[in-house]
Design a protein. Structure first.
Length: 230
């Protein structure tokens, strides 16, 4: 999952490291306007920030984010959070308001839960025609057999799974995987998809389980009948 974190305080810098250690792809924003620019250009699974921003009141940022992305999970972090602060944050649209100190594993679990529910998944282990993705353990299996994937291969499968059958374009996928940092040629996606399909093939998974729309992008095929026919 790719999350966006403001790098406006040592607390947020600590969270960024913790989230990377927990396996998240992390993009960093310098201020509120940078957050809005990032969200307009890329689909994130969550936004985490300290409401004490240099260029905008945290409440205003939440309202603007909510107007652009109503389902986007938003988590606020602060050194001190009063009961009143927590109630106010939740009332204006934050999904959680967390005070220092905190546990990295717990925050990671909260972010994953918020993110998957925002995409419509009640379970942390959705299954697509035999392909099961475990969001919490970051594992993939087919008909009960574990599949060894590299980190980027897993992130690609997870991203397609979160789209729940919706077609994702190559540009969107590259941005999700690399976050504008040393982005490779889009053709690298074909390489990853071929590798993933080869690993699935060893377990007799249908070739079209991960479908390609030539010149457009990729999606997970949700139609079991179509897979059998293929």
């Amino acid at each position: 999952m790719r999350i966006l974190i403001t790098e406006t305080s040592w607390i947020m810098a600590t969270i960024a490291k913790l989230m990377r250690d927990e396996g998240f792809l992390v993009s960093e924003a310098a201020d509120a306007e940078d957050v809005l620019t990032h969200v307009a250009q890329c689909q994130y699974d969550a936004v985490l920030f300290d409401p004490d921003l240099p260029d905008m009141d945290g409440s205003d940022l939440i309202r603007r984010l909510r107007s652009r992305a109503p389902q986007l999970p938003i988590l606020l972090f602060s050194r001190e959070v009063s009961h009143r602060d927590r109630l106010r944050g939740l009332a204006i649209g934050a999904d959680d308001v967390i005070a220092w100190p905190f546990d990295g594993a717990e925050i990671a679990a909260r972010v994953r839960a918020f993110a998957r529910r925002a995409r419509g998944f009640a379970s942390s282990t959705p299954e697509f025609c035999g392909l099961r993705i475990d969001f919490d353990r970051r594992r993939v299996s087919f008909n009960g057999h574990s599949i060894h994937l590299t980190r980027l291969e897993y992130e690609l499968v997870e991203t397609l799974a979160l789209a729940n059958g919706r077609l994702l374009g190559r540009e969107a996928l590259i941005t999700r995987l690399y976050g504008w940092e040393d982005e490779p040629d889009w053709k690298i996606l074909d390489v990853y998809i071929c590798r993933i399909r080869a690993k699935l093939a060893t377990l007799d998974a249908p070739a079209q389980l991960i479908a390609t729309s030539f010149g457009q992008g990729y999606r997970i095929n949700l139609l079991a009948d179509a897979l059998v026919a293929a």
